[in-house]
Ligand binder design. Structure first.
Ligand SMILES: *[C@@H]1O[C@H](CO)[C@@H](O)[C@H](O)[C@H]1NC(C)=O
Ligand SMILES: *[C@@H]1O[C@H](CO)[C@@H](O)[C@H](O)[C@H]1NC(C)=O
Ligand SMILES: *[C@@H]1O[C@H](CO)[C@@H](O)[C@H](O)[C@H]1NC(C)=O
Ligand SMILES: *[C@@H]1O[C@H](CO)[C@@H](O)[C@H](O)[C@H]1NC(C)=O
Length: 374
């Protein structure tokens, strides 16, 4: 009797370590667009044709939030998600991550969020941003919203009450800003988000589409936020560490970009000091992790093993199906980021994958995430 009681946990442990899944051999991938579904179906057919063990199914979700619910309730098993959604999947639904994307051979970190300013703007400190003007790539983006607002909460410069109204608090805090999309009905159902959050926006050549959540607004996106600071409309732009270099040396032919001089720009660090542009590794608001495959905790090992088999065959394929390419589907970053070199196994939990700085920012933002857990 005693012996049998002890055998069961050992068997379970072995199952876990060896990652043997006796019953389920299908992996249902949650896809959110026609193009993604088509690539998923191609991957499934190619996997079958190459006799890869297991079966891939493609399940249609409305958006990443819907996919989280489906993974939680077993309608789907997996989907690749970006950092903000990984946090929501863990916090709201108790999900975890099985595999992470690796770009350029650098595991884990995808990019740094930095605060960029003109060198000529004196007396500027990230710890004292009240009444300053700011340029954000867009509403509810990691770079332009979650991380900078999380930072302001973390440093007690703003606080958000029970009403969950981040735009109002941010509008009260900054003098004027450009947050493309902040007045869109989707993000402002009652139409009362502060107008000053669009006052550093410029729209298109004909003064139309001001504050639009698309490139017609010339201060939209990371390049647009940089332009907003370069044109002296904002004191600070929240961008990626790579943004400035992607718009230099003729890579961007617009006149503001051709006029850009590295010496005219600086980074603002979270401790209130400043730094040179290339010092992003020590002077950033957050290191944002790569996309990862979200799964139920008990499925981590099983889904990883399946992905490992897939990438052994389709990860570097130069002819036939390649799982990290979206060429021919009319959209980019389908199922995985197109810049993925390989996937690697994640043994720790989703918090360890997200990393300390980014998690700190999101925990400050947590009320905002919880507000939308629904
Ligand atoms: C699981 O969640 C999805 C997404 O909302 C829903 O459509 C489906 O009916 C749910 N299925 C079960 C078995 O609860
Ligand atoms: C967040 O706030 C804590 C406590 O004030 C501080 O120790 C920490 O350095 C802050 N983190 C960042 C990245 O600013
Ligand atoms: C594909 O090849 C590159 C270069 O050799 C390597 O870094 C990468 O890990 C490979 N990817 C896979 C999935 O094997
Ligand atoms: C494999 O994928 C390609 C697209 O890369 C598709 O054209 C082809 O039909 C798929 N092969 C099979 C056997 O389904």
């Amino acid at each position: 009797m005693k012996r049998q009681e002890r055998r069961l946990p050992v068997a379970l442990l072995l199952l876990f370590v060896l990652c043997v899944s006796p019953q389920k051999t299908t992996v249902s991938w949650c896809v959110v667009s026609d193009a993604e579904e088509q690539k998923c179906l191609n991957m499934a057919a190619n996997a079958t044709a190459r006799n890869i063990r297991g079966t891939l199914l493609c399940v249609r979700g409305h958006n990443p939030r819907d996919c989280m619910v489906k993974i939680k309730n077993g309608t789907a098993d997996a989907a690749s998600m970006f950092a903000d959604d990984i946090y929501a999947a863990g916090l709201c639904h108790g999900l975890d991550v099985a595999a992470g994307e690796s770009y350029n051979g650098v595991d884990g970190i995808s990019y740094y969020v930095v605060a960029m300013a003109r060198r000529s703007t004196a007396e500027l400190s990230l710890l004292e941003m009240h009444e300053r003007s700011s340029c954000h790539p867009g509403i509810r983006t990691t770079v332009g919203w979650t991380v900078p607002i999380g930072y302001l909460v973390n440093t007690s410069q703003i606080s958000v009450g029970e009403q969950c109204n981040f735009p109002r608090v941010v509008g009260d805090f900054f003098g004027y800003s450009c947050v493309p999309g902040v007045k869109d009905p989707e993000h402002d159902p009652r139409g009362n988000n502060p107008r000053n959050l669009c006052e550093a926006c410029i729209g298109d050549d004909n003064d139309r589409h001001i504050c639009a959540n698309n490139p017609r607004e010339r201060h939209y996106g990371e390049a647009g936020a940089l332009r907003c600071v370069a044109e002296n409309l904002g004191d600070v732009a929240f961008v990626k560490h790579t943004t400035v270099f992607e718009n230099m040396d003729g890579k961007n032919q617009e006149s503001w970009a051709l006029d850009l001089e590295l010496e005219d720009l600086k980074l603002l660090c979270p401790d209130g000091t400043e730094a040179f542009l290339h010092e992003h590794e020590r002077c950033h608001l957050a290191a944002v992790p790569a996309n990862a495959v979200v799964v139920r905790t008990e499925d981590k090992c099983r889904v990883w093993k399946y992905l490992e088999r897939l990438q052994n065959v389709f990860g570097n394929a130069t002819e036939g199906f390649n799982m990290f390419s979206s060429a021919g589907y009319g959209e980019s970053n389908l199922l995985f980021s197109d810049s993925t070199r390989h996937l690697h196994r994640i043994l720790g939990n989703y918090i360890s994958w997200l990393g300390p700085t980014y998690t700190t920012m999101l925990q400050a933002f947590e009320r905002g995430v919880l507000c939308t857990c629904g």
